[in-house]
Ligand binder design. Sequence first.
Ligand code: UGA
Length: 439
Amino acid sequence: MNISIIGAGRIGLALGAVLADKGHFVLFTDRDSQKLKDLSRGKISFYEPGLKSFLRQNKSRLKWTEDSQEIISSKMIFLTLNLPIKPNGDFDLSGIKDWTHRIIRQTQREKILILKSTVPPGTNRMLQFLAKKAGAPLQVVSCPEFLRQGQALYDIQNPYRSVIAGPSPKINKKVARIYKNFSASPIIFASPETAEIGKLAANSFLALKISFVNLMANLTEYFDTNGEELRRILGSDPRIGHQFLQSGLGFGGSCLPKDLRHLTFQGRRHGISMRLLKEVDALNRQRSEHFFQQIKQRHKNLRNKTYALWGLSFKPGTEDIRLSPSVFLAQKLLETGAHLKIFDPLLKTESSTPLSSILGKKGVKAQITFHKNPLSSLNSAHGLIVGTNWKGLGKIPLKEIKTRLKTPFIVDGRGVFNVKELKKKGFTVYQSGLFRFPN
Ligand code: UGA
């Protein structure tokens, strides 16, 4: 089948690569024509494990085009645009509306528009209304995406569930055919607004879980608790589950914080108190401050202190530093005059705009050096801070770390180290009380 994808970002590319691998012909478009040119040469502007080679393997079934007529000629069109969020917490739907109008204008035969982007409840209904008003045979189906960055290809092929929410069972069935040779995870047929709210609620619930464990972590610092044991006590109850019980610097990225804010906006709009979600957000914001205070308590005057910082991305497996708690902590340290020796395996020191705009402010640049190797970042530093739980960091020999550091001080924001082990080796260590990330 010919399938079009509008928006060659993280979701669009991963989805398109998988669909091409299943034998479909996939047409991509994006408003950024340079991006399309780069993609046609195999260049991707972000990192997603396996994506580059997957696209290369399926090259013969992929096409990059700026011709909207060509895009609109497919019977199935996926919208995978990343919607910006406005200061009031609402989503900016202009990109989605523009494309829908374009499709409506050029549609004579029946087409299915599949909404993959996370959107406010009511978006599907609004787009369907536009099509109906214009007499266009366009059917809008909501199919929210639940993939995680860093595991996108796996998640698309092995989703926990797929949600299909179209105007009729007949249209739903047509869309479900696309998923027929994916893993046997359940397909949930739902109403469009249920699907839209479902996606926002799922991400907000994950955020709530993380803030809850971080709250417990604050409390357990005053008790003689063992993190691993606590995690087993909670997680062994399937009603609670083992995942998302890792305390530390908190959540970041472009999804959890954004969806939380949008649901809060919806509550405000409809007169529902969203204090719970506001608290989830507030607790999360406090995390980087909490870790910063631990460093300050120990070293008092941070001016002219130097720290090795391992990890800037909001989680491992991605170069994405948007709303990364590690970046917030770095900013606080830099503001007080501390110097940072940053190691992150995927960090682009020069070309990445967000990085230079976040850390490269005037006067601050001189306080940062970037390191390709975690060990070299330790040399003569007053301590080590772990900002992201990149694989393998907790396996680096403690002896090596201790020899290189000026003072054996570790602030472990992601629980990669075994505290007992560290203390035995003579380190002063701060690791947020409760649950450790696995190494
Ligand atoms: C999230 C959801 O997990 C996906 O299901 C969803 O599709 C996606 O948003 C989206 O809306 O597109 P993602 O943003 O890639 O995926 O990241 P997560 O793996 O959910 O992690 C989010 C943050 O929580 C990270 O900063 C991570 O370090 C933090 N985290 C995660 C914790 O602090 N503790 C935990 O126990 C788990």
